[in-house]
Design a protein around this ligand. Structure first.
Ligand code: CP3
Length: 345
C-alpha cells in the first residue's frame, strides 16, 4: 500500500524531505494515560505484548495522540530469548527477570533457534493488524535487540549496573559466548525477516548495552553480529542504535545499514564526520530536556535541528522517553521539529 506520510523512509534512504521526520523511542508506553488504561485492564506487560489486538491499539496511540511520523510495534527485545526457550518475567518497578540463565555449555543445550511463525506469531499478528489499522498513515518500525544486548540479559538474568556476569563470560569462556551470540543472531535475522514479511517498513536494532564493552570487545562480540544482521536484511532500511558506543562510530558508519542512532552524549558534528555522509543520523535530544519549560524544550529542539541540518536526519531522543515525562512536553518537541525544520530548507 502507498504510504500517505513516508518522510521517515525517504529520510532513511537519504532523499530530500520537506521537513525532518520525528518519532520517539518508547513512544508507546507509560507516558500516555491511554496506554496505562489498556495495560491496567490486563495482568501485566507480557499479556499486553502477547495480545495482538491490544498491542496494535497501543502501537497506534502515539500516532493519533502525539502526531509522530512513524509507529513502532509494541513489543520488547526480550521476546527473542523467550522464543529460544528462555522465558522472562517483567517485575513491576524493577524490570525484566529471567528465572533461568545461560552460563555454561549445559545451559545452552536447552536453547533452540527461534522459529518466528510458531514462537513469535503474536508479534507478527500484531504487525498485520497494526498495518491494516494504520491504513497507510505512517510507516511501521519493526525492531529487535542487538545480539550482545540480548546476550547480556540471557546470561545476567536481569538488568544490572555492571553486567559483570555477562562481561565476565567473555573472558571466562569466549567460545561459549560466541556460540550463544551466533544462535541469537540467527534467531534475530529470521525474526526481523518475518516482521518485514508481516508489514514492517523499516527495522531498528537496539544495542542498549553497547557502551559497557571495551572497543576491542565491542568489535569482536557485538559489531561482528550486528554486521551479519545488516548484511542479511536487504528488504528494508536498517537502523543501528548502539547506546554509548561513541568509540565505535566510525566502524558503525561502515555497516550495511541506512541510519545510525546517536545518544545525547555524542556530539552531532563529530558523529557526522565519523559516521560519514552516506548514512542518515537519528536522535539525539537528552530525554531529560523534556523536563524543562516549554521554552526550554523549544530552544533545545531547535539547537539540535540546527546541528543536524535539514537532510539525512530523523529527529528523536537520545534514548527512550522516560515514563514520568509530561505528554504535552513531548508534543512540544514534536511540533517544534515539524515547524522549525521547514525553515531550515
Ligand atoms: O514505543 C516503543 O519504543 C516500542 C516498545 C518497546 C518496549 N521495549 C516496550 C516496553 C521497545 C522498542 C522496547 C525495547 C527495549 N526493551 C530495549 C531497548 C531500548 C532501550 O530502552 O534501551 C530494552 C533494553 C528493553 C528491555 C526492557 N523492557 C527493560 C529494561 C524494561 C524495564 C524498564 C522499563 O523501561 O520499564 C522493559 C519493559 C518495557 N518495555 C515497558 C515497555 C512499555 C514497560 C512495561 C510496563 O508497561 O510496565
Amino acid at each position: 500500500m502507498q504510504l500517505q506520510n513516508d518522510l521517515l523512509l525517504r529520510a532513511a534512504r537519504g532523499e530530500k524531505t520537506e521537513r525532518t521526520p520525528v518519532w520517539l523511542m518508547r513512544q508507546a508506553g507509560r507516558i500516555l494515560p491511554e496506554y496505562r488504561a489498556v495495560r491496567n485492564s490486563l495482568s501485566g506487560f507480557i499479556e499486553l505484548v502477547q495480545t495482538p489486538e491490544l498491542a496494535a491499539e497501543v502501537t497506534i496511540q502515539p500516532v493519533d495522540l502525539l502526531g509522530v511520523d512513524a509507529a513502532i510495534i509494541f513489543s520488547d527485545i526480550l521476546v527473542i530469548p523467550e522464543a529460544m526457550g528462555l522465558p522472562y518475567e517483567m517485575v513491576e518497578k524493577k524490570g525484566p527477570f529471567f528465572p533461568d540463565t545461560i552460563r555454561s555449555e549445559k545451559d545452552m543445550k536447552g536453547l533452540r533457534q527461534a522459529d518466528p511463525e510458531s514462537d513469535l506469531g503474536y508479534v507478527l499478528e500484531a504487525i498485520r493488524i497494526t498495518k491494516r489499522e494504520l491504513n497507510g498513515r505512517v510507516p511501521l518500525i519493526g525492531f529487535a535487540g542487538a545480539p550482545w544486548t540480548i546476550f547480556a540479559y540471557m546470561t545476567e538474568g536481569s538488568g544490572s549496573k555492571t553486567f559483570s556476569v555477562a562481561r565476565g563470560l567473555l573472558y571466562r569462556n569466549p567460545a561459549l559466548a560466541h556460540a550463544l551470540l551466533e544462535k541469537i543472531t540467527d534467531s534475530t535475522i529470521a525474526y526481523l525477516k518475518a516482521q518485514i514479511a508481516a508489514g514492517a517498513d523499516i527495522v531498528q536494532v537496539f544495542d542498549s548495552w553497547a557502551g559497557i564493552l571495551s572497543p576491542d570487545q565491542y568489535e569482536a562480540f557485538s559489531l561482528k553480529y550486528i554486521d551479519k544482521i545488516c548484511r542479511a536484511i536487504t528488504e528494508v532500511p536498517v537502523t543501528v542504535f548502539a547506546k554509548g558506543a561513541y568509540f565505535a562510530r566510525k566502524a558503525i558508519g561502515k555497516l550495511d545499514c541506512r541510519t545510525v542512532g546517536l545518544d545525547w552524549n555524542m556530539d552531532i558534528q563529530e558523529s557526522r564526520e565519523l559516521v560519514g555522509k552516506e548514512k542518515t543520523l537519528q536522535g539525539n535530544l537528552d530525554p531529560c530536556a523534556l523536563y524543562g519549560s516549554y521554552d526550554q524544550v523549544r530552544e533545545a529542539t531547535k539547537k539540535m535541528l540546527d546541528a543536524f541540518g535539514p537532510y539525512r536526519h530523523i529527529a528523536n531522543l537520545g534514548h527512550g522517553v522516560y515514563p514520568d515525562t509530561d505528554p504535552d512536553k513531548v508534543r512540544c518537541f514534536i511540533d517544534t521539529v515539524k515547524e522549525y525544520s521547514t525553515t531550515l530548507r
